[in-house]
Write a protein that binds this ligand. Sequence first.
Ligand code: NAG
Ligand code: NAG
Ligand code: NAG
Ligand code: NAG
Ligand code: NAG
Ligand code: NAG
Length: 482
Amino acid sequence: MAKLLRKMVVLLMFRLDWRKLISIFVILTVLQTNNEKGSPMILLNSSHQLNQSILSSKKKWEESQQRRRRNNLTSTNTFAPSSHPSVKNLPSRVERYLRSLAPDEALAFIKRDIDNAPLDSTDDPELYAPLFRNISTFKRSYEWMERILKVYIYGEGERPIFHQPELRGIYASEGWFMKLMEENRQFVTKDPKKAHLFYLPYSARQLQKALYVRNSHNMKPLSIFLRNYVNMLAAKYPFWNRTHGSDHFLVACHDWGPYTLTEHEELTKNTIKALCNADVSQWIFNGGKDVSLPETYIRNSRNPIKYLGGRKVSQRPILAFFAGYNHGRVRPVLVKYWGDKDEDMRIYGPLPSRVSKVISYRGHMKSSKYCICPMGFEVNSPRIIEAIYYECVPVIIADNFVPPLNDVLNWSAFSVIVAEKDIPNLKKILLAIPLRRYIVLQTNVKKLQKHFIWNVKPTRYDMFHMILHSIWSSRVNHIQIL
Ligand SMILES: *[C@@H]1O[C@H](CO)[C@@H](O)[C@H](O)[C@H]1NC(C)=O
Ligand SMILES: *[C@@H]1O[C@H](CO)[C@@H](O)[C@H](O)[C@H]1NC(C)=O
Ligand SMILES: *[C@@H]1O[C@H](CO)[C@@H](O)[C@H](O)[C@H]1NC(C)=O
Ligand SMILES: *[C@@H]1O[C@H](CO)[C@@H](O)[C@H](O)[C@H]1NC(C)=O
Ligand SMILES: *[C@@H]1O[C@H](CO)[C@@H](O)[C@H](O)[C@H]1NC(C)=O
Ligand SMILES: *[C@@H]1O[C@H](CO)[C@@H](O)[C@H](O)[C@H]1NC(C)=O
């Protein structure tokens, strides 16, 4: 009976807004209390009766709100009488109620709420709206994450492939995420039945180091290893089979991340993958579901943002800068057209020492208007985030690349994306951007920094939370509405 009732309530939730959820919550509490006392259940055998109860308790609630307003008792712990009260002010009893639901039921409700997110007109000093595709849905979704999200981390798996984060180098994103996720207290649950997401805590970089046979050109052993791991979890727990892996996620920054999944079809297709190698021309990364993971080159793991900052616009005499290995399909073309020919276009292979003696690599980034970020062997490049740290507007040249956190961020607001075929026109394209527009781009880059910073102790909206949010958001968006 209680189960049936719960089902009814859940069904109704999809048709009702916030205020009504509260009313229903009131009814449910009454029913449960009665039940506990052993008195007969209130009969909800007709939807008419249910309607009546909802209406009457809604009325009572509204009356109490009016009384409050008359008495000018605005308390942060009450719902504003709009149909979209802030998630922050969600009464804890409603939160408890949402938590008592099966994870999918709660997510279905939350998805509906986010889809109808109120337009965000408040000036949140922590968020700069122009950076986002839709600040209203982002904010709503983020706040729900903070209130509700629970992640279960599988304890299985031995070091170093599992549970051993590497915090330095160009693949450090996967390590930093792992470290901060495993240390986290707010989101992690020990009870898998409460979890909305299941984390597969391995490092693609450690997998490569441990299992790849040098010069073998064979990733199959890595892929078989992961397949066996997932099959082991699927046999031991009911969770994988329940959703065929679609509420599971992994975070892999190594270039090979996507290719090491291919021996397991469900792992490849269903799992939410946060990948640095976010290349939609490969069939593995799914732009509508997977998360483009920022690639950060961490040299100093104690202080990942040691050199943050750059010069003012007026003190950036160089139009465009690139230095790096001349590999992959794009860089040789770039260097061929622009290498060492044009004073405005400082395009090199590896930075020659005659140049670096005068201005360092970092110095170049801090005093250039645009930092060119061509793909290497794979689409992503740690330069993109470096450019943001040094307040240089990134110019991304990598067809089929989904830029980092593209699901929530509007990359047109703070970067320039140039098609590979337009490399010969690069200078013309950059010069065609008026100074006024450039200043907007560069201002936005500065505002963006905080979202791409690893904090030893994570703070709101920082890189850890942004990545976790995109994973959460993917999960919420793919929930099946009953
Ligand atoms: C609901 O239950 C009451 C009490 O058992 C009964 O009198 C009434 O006929 C029922 N209504 C419907 C629509 O089944
Ligand atoms: C319940 O209320 C809705 C509107 O709130 C109405 O459309 C519906 O007909 C009502 N159902 C019953 C059985 O009274
Ligand atoms: C209600 O309280 C607010 C802040 O506490 C105050 O600014 C406002 O003047 C009060 N309104 C009335 C009608 O007392
Ligand atoms: C943002 O999303 C909300 C909710 O779906 C929608 O009402 C609004 O129009 C969107 N805003 C923009 C700028 O797309
Ligand atoms: C999950 O499915 C696999 C393959 O069908 C099966 O071998 C495994 O025993 C199942 N796991 C559980 C817990 O039933
Ligand atoms: C993204 O930014 C560009 C440039 O600032 C703007 O023209 C466009 O409308 C923005 N897109 C969205 C979805 O806000």
